[in-house]
Ligand binder design. Structure first.
Ligand code: ADP
Length: 289
């Protein structure tokens, strides 16, 4: 017994470890992995049951993604139509609009814009989870992208008297990026730096070249985030207490998508933040040689 017991225990350890690793992968949302247990006994049967369960979960995940994708896609048509018609009304195509009517229609327009943002974000997440988030990289002019976005976001910054500062480097090399996606990334970081900032604050965009990598940083002296909040910042639907208390509009999906996009282009995203002091988000992209 004394000799056989350790041997028996050793034979059990490997399959149990395999099951533990498999369960951990499932916990992380990866349902594609399978365990391989060849012990010719109940443990092997348990392994097979585990694999069946993983396959079932994978199928459920695919169904959920498909449903989300179709629902969001179908929602996009009516909300875009509402936006179009509202713009026509505001432009006076249906006759002059009174101040009173404008007061009623303004919140409708704002609510509809939020709905469009939410639908678009959910579509991007569904695409990313289904492996359908496509990015095609080619040499891209980073400085031009930043300048275009700064022009677009200036009205948002002006509303809160926030100064947008761009410390462009001389001769910034082109980066390997998908131009449209790169603009989405910059927009998200800069608009967050404006949104989660105090009146009269600042936002600084700068670059640093490290070998064949260009690091772009978006720094602000805004609300910052607590240590606990920082752990969750890239999670879907995460919103800090400050964002909720101050009723700042948002979906909590932007950073999740942004991180996916940067990583798809071969880069990384990281940040530092101090509550009440400010936040700096950085992202790296390979330079086009
Ligand atoms: P959204 O802005 O739509 O809520 P994001 O995914 O872009 O979604 O951001 C998630 C959350 O992270 C925000 O709601 C906010 O609480 C926090 N956050 C993002 N950027 C900053 C920043 N520059 N400063 C402070 N908090 C930020």
């Amino acid at each position: 017994m004394l000799i056989l017991a350790p041997l028996f225990a050793a034979r059990m350890v490997k399959p149990i470890r395999a099951l533990q690793d498999g369960a951990r992968e499932i916990e992380r949302g990866n349902f594609a992995g399978r365990v391989a247990i060849k012990t010719d006994d109940e443990l092997e049967e348990l392994g097979e049951s585990f694999n069946h369960m993983a396959a079932g979960l994978k199928q459920l995940q695919e169904l959920k993604n498909e449903f989300t994708f179709i629902a969001a896609h179908e929602l996009r048509t009516p909300v875009t139509a509402i936006k179009g018609f509202l713009s026509m009304v505001f432009e006076g195509d249906a006759g002059a609009i009174s101040e009173k009517l404008k007061q009623y229609l303004d919140p409708v327009r704002q609510a509809n814009d939020r709905l469009i943002q939410l639908v678009n974000d959910i579509l991007e997440i569904a695409r990313s989870e289904a492996g359908r988030l496509k990015v095609e990289v080619s040499p891209t002019d980073m400085e031009k992208c930043v300048r275009d976005i700064l022009i677009e976001l200036k009205p948002l910054a002006d509303e809160k008297k926030i100064s947008l500062q761009y410390e462009a480097m001389p001769d910034i090399p082109q980066v390997l990026a998908d131009e449209l996606r790169l603009k989405e990334i910059i927009t998200n970081f800069v608009s967050n730096a404006i949104k989660y900032n105090n009146e009269g604050g600042w936002v600084k965009i700068s670059h640093e070249l490290k070998d064949n990598i260009l690091v772009t940083s978006v720094a602000d002296n805004g609300f910052g985030m607590s240590r606990e909040e920082q752990k969750k910042v890239f999670e879907k639907f995460f919103r800090s207490d400050a964002a909720k208390i101050k009723s700042i509009q948002g979906t909590g999906l932007g950073l999740f998508i942004t991180k996916e996009l940067v990583e798809k282009m071969g880069g990384k995203v990281w940040f530092s933040s101090e509550e009440g002091q400010g936040t700096t988000f950085n992202f790296s992209l390979r330079i086009a040689s």
